[in-house]
Design a protein around this ligand. Structure first.
Ligand SMILES: [Zn+2]
Length: 141
C-alpha cells in the first residue's frame, strides 16, 4: 500500500496551520444549478433545471415557441373536394350507419393528413348533429 505522506501534517504545528487556513478559506459550497432562462429585465430564473439547463416551465415554453415558429411541412387546402373519399354513397336520405361510416372515413383522411384538423372538427360536428338527429327521430317512432 502506497500512502502519500505529504497529505498529512507531520507535526502539531503544521496541523494547526492547516486548520487555520481551512477555517479562513471561504466555504466551498457549490451553488445549486439554476435555470438558464433570463427574463427581459435581465434577471435569471431561480428554478432548478430539469432538461437542457432549463426548468420544466422554460423548457416547455422553448419547445412550444420552436413548434409555433416551424412551418408545416405541407399546407392542407381546406377547399379540396373530398366528397369522393368521404361521401361515396351518402345521399340526402342517409341512415345513421352511413354517417358513422362518414366519420370513420373522416378519421382516415385526417390521419393521412389530407384534412386539416379544423375542417375535420367542423365535419365531425356536422356528422354528430346528423347522427343525433337520426337517433332522436328513431326514438319518436
Ligand atoms: Zn426557468
Amino acid at each position: 500500500m502506497n500512502i502519500d505522506t505529504q497529505a498529512f501534517p507531520s507535526s502539531p504545528a503544521e496541523l494547526a496551520i492547516d486548520l487555520a487556513v481551512a477555517a479562513a478559506a471561504p466555504a466551498d459550497t457549490p451553488t445549486p444549478p439554476r435555470c438558464e432562462h433570463h427574463y427581459p429585465n435581465g434577471s435569471r430564473c431561480r428554478l432548478r433545471p430539469t432538461q437542457l439547463g432549463l426548468c420544466s416551465r422554460h423548457f416547455l415554453e422553448t419547445r412550444l415557441n420552436k413548434a409555433a415558429a416551424t412551418p408545416l411541412s405541407h399546407t392542407i387546402d381546406d377547399s379540396t373536394d373530398l366528397s369522393p373519399e368521404l361521401l361515396p354513397e351518402l345521399s340526402e336520405s342517409s341512415s345513421a350507419i352511413d354517417i358513422s361510416q362518414f366519420l370513420a372515413r373522416l378519421l382516415v383522411q385526417l390521419t393521412k393528413g389530407r384534412v386539416s384538423p379544423r375542417r375535420a372538427w367542423v365535419l365531425n360536428c356536422i356528422g354528430s348533429q346528423l347522427l343525433n338527429g337520426h337517433r332522436r327521430g328513431a326514438r319518436r317512432m
